[in-house]
Design a protein around this ligand. Sequence first.
Ligand SMILES: C[S@@+](CC[C@H](N)C(=O)[O-])C[C@H]1O[C@@H](n2cnc3c(N)ncnc32)[C@H](O)[C@@H]1O
Length: 214
Amino acid sequence: MSFDRLAAHYGWMEAVVAGPRLQRSRVAWIDRLADRRRLLIAGVGHGRFLRAFLARRPSARVTCLDASRGMLHEARERARRAGCDLARVEFVHARLPEWSPPAEPFDAIVTNFFLDCFPPAELAATVACLASAAAPDARWLLADFAVPKRGPPRWRAQAVHALMYAFFRATTGIQARALTEPDPLLAAHGFVLRGRKSAEGGLLRADWWERVSR
Ligand SMILES: C[S@@+](CC[C@H](N)C(=O)[O-])C[C@H]1O[C@@H](n2cnc3c(N)ncnc32)[C@H](O)[C@@H]1O
């Protein structure tokens, strides 16, 4: 599995296919990170969320993790060209769920259009790995595709998902064939859903989760 082949094209492809819609979901809850000091962006991709975050919080420490060197290069270069201060930003080439988190926990985790890359067992291991990197009061921002429960929005989403998974399986080799619902996994690791915004008739979802002490 590698997004390297797509890395240089990901930005313009998103602009053509989705316009501003995905970015609206990525930043839907960004204000909930206003007091966070140490952020992990898993599957950072081309870094659109990173740039939006650094524009608001240039003094925060950010770790950007991705399995694709090409994507990490895109994220770093685009942030540099946008004038972001990268002194406190670390780019980590690693694959989840095999990554070993650092000892110092993150007080925020961000996964945008990332958890949908995983088949069920690997998703469970990936959420467990990210949760083990998170502080007891961590927040988790998540934007992703979704499938509405019924009716035409559901049929539309199923058609879009079928096309998307066929495309990404062919171009990147991801193993997932369909979306696995991550909610029970986050809940199992002590995260509580604080807010959810849906867009595009339920095709897109933006969540804000918070870990509560048990
Ligand atoms: C669909 S892209 C989303 C990128 C970005 N977060 C966004 O909002 O557009 C998924 C990203 O996750 C990375 N990725 C996929 N599987 C991964 C894994 N197992 N470990 C680390 N990164 C992975 C890919 O290289 C790619 O950059």
